[in-house]
Each structure stands twice: as structure tokens, then as C-alpha cells.
Design a protein around this ligand. Structure first.
Ligand SMILES: Nc1nc2c(ncn2[C@@H]2O[C@H](COP(=O)(O)OP(=O)(O)OP(=O)(O)O)[C@@H](O)[C@H]2O)c(=O)[nH]1
Ligand SMILES: [Mg+2]
Length: 429
């Protein structure tokens, strides 16, 4: 069995920082140099501007950047000020300049069986506007030099709670378009990470904006690392990447959020305790008891695995018990993968929780979404106008998606009681 190859396409400022940081820190052989940074920065601004903060704290990374710059950094569009926080503009630029973007994607030399991870912040205009469109194109009609790639996952960063209405408006429109584009499922999985929630988990309360992003990004790249880990090392029961998207797609629920517990000493903490600690660290606001799916990835020192001190079977048992305690009606879907890492001495765990109620995420953005939407009809500039009709359509799609999720959750929660009734019907008291 050959290992799955991955590629990363990151669009917009925040996403560029995350993807570059991941690339520079992990140098993962499953990704090699298949990382593409897209942005709409105007021509007179250096393409590395979004990364200056990274270079300031780690100057040696500038060299890494210089190496990939020519082939891996694509500036698209012609608007003098980028997308200026307007996703419709970001999308329009990507459509108009797709040929340029296509050449850079073709340069990644992806194969049909490869997996792509798309990254965008959902509060802005460039990444949010372009990424859903690019996913749609690459899946449906990528153009010369690119194979159609079905397995295109998306990582969307939710804005801080306190950000401006437009950011939350963008978020809801972006989420809707990552889930569905032109009425069809778009990304294979949509992984959500929320800036405010990550800071709550890390206990960050002050600091300069850029430093705070840097801290959050450090957490985000750990999740990318854990996501790719089963393809990178020899794992006992690999969560085959096909499973990452096929089953959630069949169920019609494709949203997830990572929960991390990293750097645990296996001689001090039991696997059980590590899973418990991970489940308290969800990176987006949610009610855990509504989660219906979980992928569990545990990265353990190779030696411990070789000696049988940590086994796939133990992990399966523990995660079954874990799911029974935490998921809605024990969940519909659970995968567990123990990965033996020659590099690490600690045990790292990621639980990718999925199919949970989107209520808390929507609650966070909805009021500001409406505030911004109400102001839309006044907009007069034809070039950047956000058509109300399009927004209504997106809203309808998202409502349908949410209705389906809520129905699945309710059904699962009711499952145990229904079982009792079923048994009665069979004559058991
Ligand atoms: N976690 C994280 N969030 C970021 C970072 N930079 C920006 N954001 C968030 O992303 C949103 C702004 O998006 P940007 O990435 O700056 O926007 P863009 O995609 O470049 O689009 P434009 O609006 O055209 O600039 C806000 O909600 C920010 O809080 C970052 O480095 N890390
Ligand atoms: Mg920008």
C-alpha cells in the first residue's frame, strides 16, 4: 500500500500564514513541497507581507520562503486593494483569474488519488471568496494540467466573537459555500476552528493581535500535522483517507472540529485520560453531547507501540467507551487510528468531532450577519455589490444543511429509548 500524498492550497492572508508555518515547521514527506499560497495583495505590496510577523520571530524561515516563492506563491486578480473584506470580490477575482491560479495548481502535479487541504479564514474576503470556488472547480472542471480531485478537505477559521459585522456575514456565506456550491456538496470535509475558542482553550487573554494569531496558528498547524499523521507514518489501522470523506458525505454531514491533547507523558497519563483531556479542548464552540461522529488519531512513540504497551485494540476499546460517554447516542461513526512515530517521545491525540449541532457557531455570528445583511440593499457600487438574491440562496442551503444535522442528532439521542420500545414489542418487559 502506498502512502497517501497530500497538498495544501491556502488563500488569503491568515491562511497563507498558517500554511507557510506548517510547511516550514513540519516538512512532511506526505506533502513535500506541495503547498500553494494564494492572495490578492496588490502588486506594489510584497507577497511575503503576510508572513513578516513569522520572519520577525523566526528569521531563518525567510530562507524557506525564498525557496518556494517562485512556484508556490500566486497573486491573482486585478483589484488594486485586494478583496477588501468583500467575499464577492474575492470570488470574482478568482473566477476572472482562474487560468493563472490553474497554472500554479498544475505545478503541484497532483494525482487523482491525492488529497488536498484548502485553508481560508472565513472572516475575510480573499480566502473566503476564492477557496469555495477553487474547490468547486478542481472537483468539477479543473482545466488543463490538473486531474479532478474529489478528496478536497477545507479548513475554515472562524473570526473572533468581537469582530465586525461584515466578518460574521462573510463567515456564514463562506461556510454555506464550503458545504455546498451551486446546490451540490462542495468540500469533502469542512473542518472549523474558531479564534476565540482556541484562545479560551489556551487561556490567552492579552497580547498584541499578531502575537495572538501566531499562538493560534501554532495550534492549527498541530491539527494539520495530526490530520496527515496516519498517512505519514506506519499506522496500525490507518484511517484510510477514503473514510475521511466518503462516510460523512453519505450521511450528509461533513462539518468537524479538532480537539487536541498534545505532548503527554505515557508513563504519567493513561490513554483514557488523554482522550478525556482532548475532548475538553474543542477548537470551535459546540455542545459535545450533540456530536455524532469522531475520528480519533493517536500518535505514540514507536518503541511503546512495538513493545505492545500501547495497542490499536486498547485504543479501540477505550474510544468505544469514550464515544458511549460523550457522543449523541454513542454516535453514528467512529474511527480510531494508532500511529507509531519514530520521532516523538510523548503521546499526542486528536479527536476530530463531527456532525455536532451548529447552533453555538451560528449563535455567535447570526446577529451580526443580519446587521450587515440589512445594510446591503444600500450598496450601489456595481463592481463590489453583494446580490441579496445570492445571499438568500446561501442562507436557504445552510438552513437545509442544519435541519438535516439537527434531525440526525435528535434521532440518535432518542435511539436508546426507542430500543426499549422495540424490545417491548418483542415481548420483553
Ligand atoms: N487564526 C488566524 N486568524 C487570522 C489570521 N489573520 C487573520 N485572521 C482572521 O481572519 C479574518 C480576516 O481574514 P484575512 O485572512 O486577513 O483576509 P483575506 O482572506 O486576506 O481577505 P481580505 O479581506 O481580502 O484581506 C479575521 O476574522 C481575522 O481574525 C491569522 O494569522 N490566524
Ligand atoms: Mg488580505
Amino acid at each position: 500500500m502506498h502512502a497517501t500524498r497530500w497538498g495544501i492550497i491556502a488563500s488569503g492572508q491568515g491562511a497563507n500564514r498558517i500554511a507557510f508555518l506548517y510547511y516550514a515547521k513540519y516538512r512532511n514527506p506526505s506533502i513535500a513541497d506541495r503547498v500553494l499560497l494564494l492572495n490578492t495583495t496588490p502588486a506594489d505590496v510584497k507577497p511575503e507581507a503576510p508572513l513578516e510577523q513569522i520572519f520577525a520571530s523566526e528569521p531563518e524561515l525567510r530562507e524557506e520562503y525564498e525557496k518556494i516563492k517562485r512556484e508556490r506563491v500566486c497573486i491573482f486578480g486585478r483589484a488594486p486593494s485586494g478583496a477588501g473584506n468583500n467575499w464577492v470580490l474575492g470570488e470574482r477575482e478568482a473566477i476572472a483569474d482562474y487560468d493563472n491560479i490553474r497554472r500554479y495548481i498544475a505545478n503541484l502535479r497532483l494525482r487523482r488519488s491525492d488529497v488536498l487541504l484548502g485553508i481560508a479564514t472565513l472572516g475575510g474576503g480573499t480566502g473566503n471568496g476564492s477557496l469555495p470556488y477553487i474547490i468547486h472547480r478542481v472537483r468539477k472542471n479543473p482545466g488543463a494540467g490538473i486531474e479532478r480531485i474529489n478528496n478536497f478537505l477545507a479548513l475554515g477559521i472562524l473570526p473572533y466573537d468581537f469582530e465586525a459585522p461584515q466578518r460574521h456575514f462573510n463567515t456564514i456565506c463562506g461556510l454555506a459555500r464550503l458545504l455546498r456550491y451551486n446546490g451540490e456538496q462542495n468540500a469533502a470535509l469542512v473542518i472549523l476552528v474558531d479564534n476565540s475558542q482556541v484562545e479560551r482553550v489556551l487561556g490567552i487573554r492579552r497580547g498584541q493581535r499578531e502575537e495572538r494569531y501566531q499562538r493560534i496558528n501554532q495550534e492549527i498547524i498541530k491539527t494539520i500535522h495530526m490530520l496527515i499523521a496516519p498517512s505519514s507514518y506506519t499506522s496500525r489501522a490507518t484511517i484510510d483517507i477514503a473514510d475521511y470523506y466518503q462516510l460523512p458525505s453519505n450521511l450528509g454531514m461533513i462539518h468537524f472540529t479538532p480537539c487536541l491533547s498534545m505532548g503527554n507523558d505515557p508513563d504519567v497519563l493513561s490513554l483514557d485520560a488523554i482522550l478525556e483531556s482532548a475532548s475538553n479542548n474543542a477548537m470551535a464552540p459546540l455542545d459535545k453531547a450533540t456530536a455524532t461522529m469522531a475520528y480519533i488519531v493517536v500518535l505514540a512513540p514507536e518503541e511503546k507501540v512495538a513493545k505492545g504497551e500501547i495497542t490499536q485494540e486498547d485504543l479501540e476499546d477505550l474510544s468505544r467507551e469514550w464515544a458511549a460517554r460523550h457522543l449523541a447516542g454513542e454516535g453514528i461513526l467512529r474511527y480510531t487510528s494508532l500511529v507509531a512515530s519514530p520521532e516523538s517521545e510523548s503521546v499526542d491525540a486528536m479527536i476530530l468531532l463531527g456532525g455536532f449541532s451548529l447552533r453555538r457557531i451560528m449563535e455567535k455570528s447570526l446577529e451580526k450577519y443580519y446587521d450587515f445583511k440589512d445594510s446591503l440593499s444600500d450598496s450601489s457600487d456595481a463592481n463590489s455589490r453583494i446580490e441579496l438574491e445570492r445571499v438568500e440562496k446561501l442562507e436557504k442551503q445552510l438552513k437545509e444543511y442544519i435541519a438535516l444535522t439537527e434531525e440526525k442528532i435528535a434521532r440518535l439521542k432518542g435511539k436508546r429509548r426507542q430500543m426499549k420500545t422495540e424490545l417491548k414489542r418483542w415481548g420483553f418487559s
